[in-house]
Design a protein around this ligand. Structure first.
Ligand code: UDP
Ligand code: MG
Length: 313
Protein backbone atom coordinates (compact mmCIF):
# COMPACT_ATOMS: atom_id res chain seq x y z
CA UNK A 1 0.00 0.00 0.00
CA UNK A 2 1.89 3.03 -1.23
CA UNK A 3 0.75 6.40 0.01
CA UNK A 4 1.29 9.80 -1.46
CA UNK A 5 2.22 12.70 0.72
CA UNK A 6 0.59 15.92 -0.44
CA UNK A 7 1.85 17.60 2.68
CA UNK A 8 4.11 16.59 5.53
CA UNK A 9 3.74 18.36 8.89
CA UNK A 10 6.48 18.66 11.46
CA UNK A 11 5.18 19.56 14.91
CA UNK A 12 7.73 21.01 17.32
CA UNK A 13 7.00 22.11 20.90
CA UNK A 14 9.33 24.84 22.15
CA UNK A 15 9.90 26.19 25.59
CA UNK A 16 12.60 28.75 26.21
CA UNK A 17 14.85 27.88 23.26
CA UNK A 18 15.12 31.40 21.80
CA UNK A 19 18.92 31.29 21.69
CA UNK A 20 19.14 28.42 19.22
CA UNK A 21 15.68 27.86 17.74
CA UNK A 22 16.77 29.55 14.48
CA UNK A 23 19.68 27.16 14.05
CA UNK A 24 17.51 24.14 14.84
CA UNK A 25 14.81 25.13 12.38
CA UNK A 26 17.33 25.83 9.59
CA UNK A 27 18.84 22.37 10.10
CA UNK A 28 15.47 20.62 10.15
CA UNK A 29 14.29 22.61 7.12
CA UNK A 30 17.38 21.67 5.09
CA UNK A 31 16.61 17.98 5.65
CA UNK A 32 12.94 18.48 4.77
CA UNK A 33 13.76 20.35 1.55
CA UNK A 34 15.89 17.39 0.48
CA UNK A 35 12.83 15.12 0.69
CA UNK A 36 11.11 17.10 -2.09
CA UNK A 37 7.70 16.74 -0.43
CA UNK A 38 5.74 19.88 0.42
CA UNK A 39 5.92 20.45 4.15
CA UNK A 40 4.92 22.76 6.98
CA UNK A 41 6.66 23.34 10.29
CA UNK A 42 4.16 23.79 13.10
CA UNK A 43 5.86 25.43 16.05
CA UNK A 44 4.10 25.66 19.40
CA UNK A 45 5.65 28.04 21.87
CA UNK A 46 4.72 26.62 25.26
CA UNK A 47 4.60 29.97 27.07
CA UNK A 48 8.35 30.64 26.93
CA UNK A 49 9.64 33.38 29.18
CA UNK A 50 12.57 34.26 26.92
CA UNK A 51 12.54 35.70 23.40
CA UNK A 52 11.37 32.49 21.69
CA UNK A 53 8.18 34.03 20.35
CA UNK A 54 9.96 37.11 18.94
CA UNK A 55 12.50 34.77 17.26
CA UNK A 56 9.70 32.71 15.71
CA UNK A 57 8.00 35.82 14.32
CA UNK A 58 11.32 36.94 12.84
CA UNK A 59 12.03 33.49 11.39
CA UNK A 60 8.68 33.50 9.64
CA UNK A 61 10.24 35.86 7.04
CA UNK A 62 13.04 33.48 6.09
CA UNK A 63 11.14 30.21 6.62
CA UNK A 64 7.97 30.34 4.50
CA UNK A 65 6.87 26.87 5.73
CA UNK A 66 6.75 28.06 9.32
CA UNK A 67 3.44 28.29 11.18
CA UNK A 68 3.89 29.35 14.76
CA UNK A 69 1.43 29.33 17.64
CA UNK A 70 1.88 30.37 21.20
CA UNK A 71 0.11 29.11 24.30
CA UNK A 72 -1.01 31.61 26.92
CA UNK A 73 1.35 30.12 29.51
CA UNK A 74 3.54 27.06 30.07
CA UNK A 75 1.06 24.19 29.79
CA UNK A 76 3.74 21.52 29.44
CA UNK A 77 5.11 19.58 26.52
CA UNK A 78 2.11 17.22 26.29
CA UNK A 79 -0.30 20.11 25.79
CA UNK A 80 2.06 21.77 23.30
CA UNK A 81 2.30 18.58 21.24
CA UNK A 82 -1.48 18.25 21.32
CA UNK A 83 -1.94 21.85 20.14
CA UNK A 84 0.52 21.24 17.32
CA UNK A 85 -1.26 18.07 16.21
CA UNK A 86 -4.58 19.93 16.17
CA UNK A 87 -3.10 22.70 14.04
CA UNK A 88 -1.24 20.39 11.66
CA UNK A 89 -2.69 19.72 8.20
CA UNK A 90 -0.33 17.15 6.71
CA UNK A 91 -1.14 13.61 5.60
CA UNK A 92 1.61 12.51 7.93
CA UNK A 93 2.82 14.38 10.99
CA UNK A 94 6.29 14.17 12.51
CA UNK A 95 6.59 15.22 16.16
CA UNK A 96 10.08 16.14 17.32
CA UNK A 97 12.00 18.23 19.87
CA UNK A 98 13.37 21.64 19.06
CA UNK A 99 16.86 21.02 20.38
CA UNK A 100 18.12 18.68 17.60
CA UNK A 101 18.35 15.77 20.05
CA UNK A 102 16.02 14.05 17.62
CA UNK A 103 18.15 13.80 14.45
CA UNK A 104 16.23 15.32 11.51
CA UNK A 105 18.21 13.00 9.21
CA UNK A 106 15.85 10.23 10.33
CA UNK A 107 12.74 11.91 8.90
CA UNK A 108 13.40 10.62 5.39
CA UNK A 109 13.47 7.04 6.59
CA UNK A 110 10.35 7.56 8.70
CA UNK A 111 8.46 8.98 5.74
CA UNK A 112 9.60 6.07 3.56
CA UNK A 113 8.27 3.51 6.08
CA UNK A 114 4.94 5.32 6.21
CA UNK A 115 4.64 5.92 2.47
CA UNK A 116 6.03 2.72 0.98
CA UNK A 117 5.30 0.13 3.64
CA UNK A 118 2.02 1.43 4.97
CA UNK A 119 2.98 1.87 8.63
CA UNK A 120 0.66 4.23 10.50
CA UNK A 121 3.03 5.10 13.32
CA UNK A 122 6.82 5.16 13.10
CA UNK A 123 8.37 5.33 16.58
CA UNK A 124 11.91 6.54 16.79
CA UNK A 125 13.32 4.72 19.83
CA UNK A 126 16.47 5.67 21.70
CA UNK A 127 19.28 3.24 21.18
CA UNK A 128 21.30 4.84 23.91
CA UNK A 129 20.22 7.67 26.14
CA UNK A 130 21.77 11.07 25.44
CA UNK A 131 23.71 13.21 27.83
CA UNK A 132 21.69 12.30 30.91
CA UNK A 133 23.32 12.18 34.30
CA UNK A 134 23.63 8.80 35.96
CA UNK A 135 21.00 9.48 38.64
CA UNK A 136 18.53 10.57 35.99
CA UNK A 137 19.39 7.58 33.84
CA UNK A 138 18.88 5.22 36.76
CA UNK A 139 15.60 6.81 37.81
CA UNK A 140 14.29 6.75 34.29
CA UNK A 141 15.17 3.07 33.85
CA UNK A 142 13.43 2.34 37.14
CA UNK A 143 10.38 4.27 35.96
CA UNK A 144 10.16 2.38 32.65
CA UNK A 145 10.41 -0.95 34.51
CA UNK A 146 7.64 0.10 36.87
CA UNK A 147 5.49 1.39 34.03
CA UNK A 148 5.94 -1.86 32.09
CA UNK A 149 5.05 -3.94 35.15
CA UNK A 150 2.00 -1.90 36.09
CA UNK A 151 0.60 -0.80 32.75
CA UNK A 152 1.62 -3.82 30.71
CA UNK A 153 2.98 -1.55 27.97
CA UNK A 154 6.67 -1.61 27.24
CA UNK A 155 8.02 1.86 26.66
CA UNK A 156 11.76 1.49 27.18
CA UNK A 157 13.59 3.85 24.84
CA UNK A 158 10.33 5.51 23.80
CA UNK A 159 10.70 9.11 22.76
CA UNK A 160 8.30 11.79 21.59
CA UNK A 161 9.90 11.51 18.15
CA UNK A 162 7.31 9.89 15.91
CA UNK A 163 5.73 9.99 12.51
CA UNK A 164 1.97 9.56 12.63
CA UNK A 165 -0.55 9.07 9.87
CA UNK A 166 -3.40 11.58 9.62
CA UNK A 167 -5.98 8.95 10.67
CA UNK A 168 -4.08 8.30 13.90
CA UNK A 169 -3.63 12.04 14.53
CA UNK A 170 -7.38 12.41 14.22
CA UNK A 171 -8.02 9.53 16.62
CA UNK A 172 -5.54 11.04 19.09
CA UNK A 173 -7.11 14.49 18.90
CA UNK A 174 -10.54 12.92 19.49
CA UNK A 175 -9.46 11.27 22.76
CA UNK A 176 -11.63 12.72 25.52
CA UNK A 177 -9.14 12.71 28.37
CA UNK A 178 -7.41 15.85 29.61
CA UNK A 179 -4.35 14.19 31.08
CA UNK A 180 -2.42 13.31 27.96
CA UNK A 181 0.68 11.19 27.74
CA UNK A 182 1.72 11.10 24.10
CA UNK A 183 4.21 8.22 24.30
CA UNK A 184 1.99 5.93 26.33
CA UNK A 185 -1.19 6.72 24.43
CA UNK A 186 0.46 6.17 21.06
CA UNK A 187 1.51 2.70 22.12
CA UNK A 188 -1.99 2.10 23.55
CA UNK A 189 -3.66 3.18 20.29
CA UNK A 190 -2.38 0.32 18.21
CA UNK A 191 -2.57 0.63 14.39
CA UNK A 192 0.41 -0.58 12.38
CA UNK A 193 3.47 0.58 14.26
CA UNK A 194 7.17 0.11 13.72
CA UNK A 195 10.21 1.07 15.76
CA UNK A 196 13.19 2.81 14.28
CA UNK A 197 16.26 2.99 16.55
CA UNK A 198 18.25 6.20 16.79
CA UNK A 199 21.06 7.59 18.90
CA UNK A 200 20.14 10.66 20.94
CA UNK A 201 22.27 13.64 19.94
CA UNK A 202 23.65 16.25 22.29
CA UNK A 203 21.47 19.29 22.85
CA UNK A 204 22.26 22.23 20.48
CA UNK A 205 22.24 24.69 23.34
CA UNK A 206 20.68 25.46 26.71
CA UNK A 207 19.79 22.77 29.23
CA UNK A 208 16.96 20.34 29.70
CA UNK A 209 13.61 21.92 30.55
CA UNK A 210 12.69 19.05 32.84
CA UNK A 211 13.33 19.43 36.52
CA UNK A 212 13.32 16.26 38.62
CA UNK A 213 10.08 17.48 40.18
CA UNK A 214 8.41 17.84 36.77
CA UNK A 215 9.65 14.38 35.79
CA UNK A 216 8.37 12.84 39.02
CA UNK A 217 4.94 14.39 38.44
CA UNK A 218 4.93 13.05 34.88
CA UNK A 219 5.88 9.59 36.14
CA UNK A 220 3.10 9.54 38.76
CA UNK A 221 0.47 10.89 36.40
CA UNK A 222 1.35 8.54 33.59
CA UNK A 223 1.25 5.50 35.86
CA UNK A 224 -2.11 6.44 37.35
CA UNK A 225 -3.41 7.19 33.86
CA UNK A 226 -2.48 3.77 32.54
CA UNK A 227 -2.90 1.38 35.41
CA UNK A 228 -5.18 0.69 38.34
CA UNK A 229 -2.78 -1.90 39.74
CA UNK A 230 -1.72 0.46 42.59
CA UNK A 231 -5.35 0.53 43.76
CA UNK A 232 -5.45 -3.26 43.82
CA UNK A 233 -2.12 -3.12 45.61
CA UNK A 234 -3.94 -1.35 48.45
CA UNK A 235 -6.34 -4.31 48.70
CA UNK A 236 -3.46 -6.79 48.62
CA UNK A 237 -1.63 -4.99 51.42
CA UNK A 238 -4.88 -4.89 53.39
CA UNK A 239 -5.32 -8.65 52.93
CA UNK A 240 -1.77 -9.43 54.02
CA UNK A 241 -2.18 -7.17 57.00
CA UNK A 242 -5.38 -8.95 57.96
CA UNK A 243 -3.66 -12.36 57.95
CA UNK A 244 -0.86 -10.93 60.07
CA UNK A 245 -3.41 -9.35 62.43
CA UNK A 246 -5.34 -12.62 62.85
CA UNK A 247 -2.14 -14.45 63.74
CA UNK A 248 -1.16 -11.84 66.26
CA UNK A 249 -4.69 -11.74 67.71
CA UNK A 250 -4.68 -15.52 68.17
CA UNK A 251 -1.34 -15.33 69.93
CA UNK A 252 -2.48 -12.50 72.20
CA UNK A 253 -5.69 -14.31 73.19
CA UNK A 254 -3.77 -17.53 73.79
CA UNK A 255 -1.28 -15.80 76.07
CA UNK A 256 -4.10 -14.01 77.89
CA UNK A 257 -5.99 -17.27 78.48
CA UNK A 258 -2.81 -18.94 79.72
CA UNK A 259 -2.42 -16.03 82.08
CA UNK A 260 0.92 -15.12 80.54
CA UNK A 261 -0.06 -11.78 78.92
CA UNK A 262 3.14 -9.81 78.53
CA UNK A 263 3.48 -6.11 78.90
CA UNK A 264 3.87 -5.83 75.15
CA UNK A 265 4.25 -2.06 75.03
CA UNK A 266 6.89 -2.07 72.23
CA UNK A 267 4.57 -4.33 70.22
CA UNK A 268 1.78 -1.77 70.53
CA UNK A 269 4.03 1.05 69.35
CA UNK A 270 5.37 -0.96 66.43
CA UNK A 271 1.91 -2.05 65.34
CA UNK A 272 0.59 1.48 65.55
CA UNK A 273 3.46 2.83 63.44
CA UNK A 274 3.21 0.05 60.89
CA UNK A 275 -0.54 0.18 60.48
CA UNK A 276 -0.73 3.95 60.31
CA UNK A 277 1.94 4.11 57.58
CA UNK A 278 0.15 1.45 55.59
CA UNK A 279 -3.07 3.45 55.95
CA UNK A 280 -1.39 6.70 54.92
CA UNK A 281 0.16 5.14 51.84
CA UNK A 282 -3.17 3.59 50.91
CA UNK A 283 -4.90 6.95 51.31
CA UNK A 284 -2.18 8.59 49.22
CA UNK A 285 -2.66 6.11 46.40
CA UNK A 286 -6.42 6.65 46.47
CA UNK A 287 -5.81 10.40 46.60
CA UNK A 288 -3.69 10.24 43.47
CA UNK A 289 -6.54 8.61 41.56
CA UNK A 290 -9.04 11.02 43.06
CA UNK A 291 -6.92 13.93 41.85
CA UNK A 292 -6.84 12.47 38.34
CA UNK A 293 -10.64 12.06 38.39
CA UNK A 294 -11.00 15.65 39.63
CA UNK A 295 -8.80 16.92 36.78
CA UNK A 296 -10.85 15.00 34.27
CA UNK A 297 -14.30 16.05 35.45
CA UNK A 298 -13.40 19.73 35.39
CA UNK A 299 -13.08 19.40 31.62
CA UNK A 300 -10.90 22.44 31.28
CA UNK A 301 -9.31 22.97 27.87
CA UNK A 302 -5.92 21.32 27.53
CA UNK A 303 -4.33 24.63 26.56
CA UNK A 304 -5.22 28.20 25.70
CA UNK A 305 -3.93 29.63 22.43
CA UNK A 306 -2.84 33.18 22.66
CA UNK A 307 -0.99 34.25 19.51
CA UNK A 308 -0.21 32.84 16.12
CA UNK A 309 1.44 33.82 12.88
CA UNK A 310 -1.76 32.95 10.98
CA UNK A 311 -3.94 35.87 10.02
CA UNK A 312 -7.21 33.99 10.49
CA UNK A 313 -6.82 32.71 14.04
N1 UDP B 1 9.25 21.57 26.10
C1 UDP B 1 7.99 22.16 26.08
N2 UDP B 1 7.39 22.48 27.27
C2 UDP B 1 7.97 22.23 28.50
C3 UDP B 1 9.24 21.59 28.50
C4 UDP B 1 9.84 21.28 27.30
O1 UDP B 1 7.44 22.40 25.01
O2 UDP B 1 7.38 22.55 29.51
C5 UDP B 1 9.92 21.21 24.82
C6 UDP B 1 11.34 21.69 24.68
O3 UDP B 1 11.42 23.00 24.15
C7 UDP B 1 11.92 20.67 23.71
C8 UDP B 1 11.18 19.41 24.08
O4 UDP B 1 9.99 19.83 24.77
O5 UDP B 1 11.61 20.99 22.35
C9 UDP B 1 12.02 18.49 24.94
O6 UDP B 1 12.48 19.20 26.05
P1 UDP B 1 13.93 18.99 26.65
O7 UDP B 1 14.94 18.97 25.56
O8 UDP B 1 14.11 19.99 27.72
O9 UDP B 1 13.75 17.54 27.28
P2 UDP B 1 14.79 16.32 27.26
O10 UDP B 1 15.34 16.22 25.86
O11 UDP B 1 15.81 16.65 28.25
O12 UDP B 1 13.93 15.15 27.61
MG1 MG C 1 16.04 17.62 24.71
Amino acid sequence: MARTAQLLSVVIPVYGEGAHIGRSLETIRAKLLALSTPFEMVLVDDGSKDDTWARLEELKASLPELRAFSLSRNFGKEAAIFAGLQKSRGDAVVVMDSDLQHPPALIGEMVALWRDQGYDVVNAVKRRRGDEGTVRGLLSRLYYRLFAALAGTRMEGAADFKLIDRSVVKAYCDLPERNLFFRGLMSWMGYRQIDLPFAVEARTGGGTKWSLRKLAALALNSISAFSTVPLQFVTTIGGLFLIFALGLAAQTIYLKVMGRAEEGFPTVILLLLLSSSVLMIALGIIGQYLARIYDEVKRRPRYLMHRSTESDS
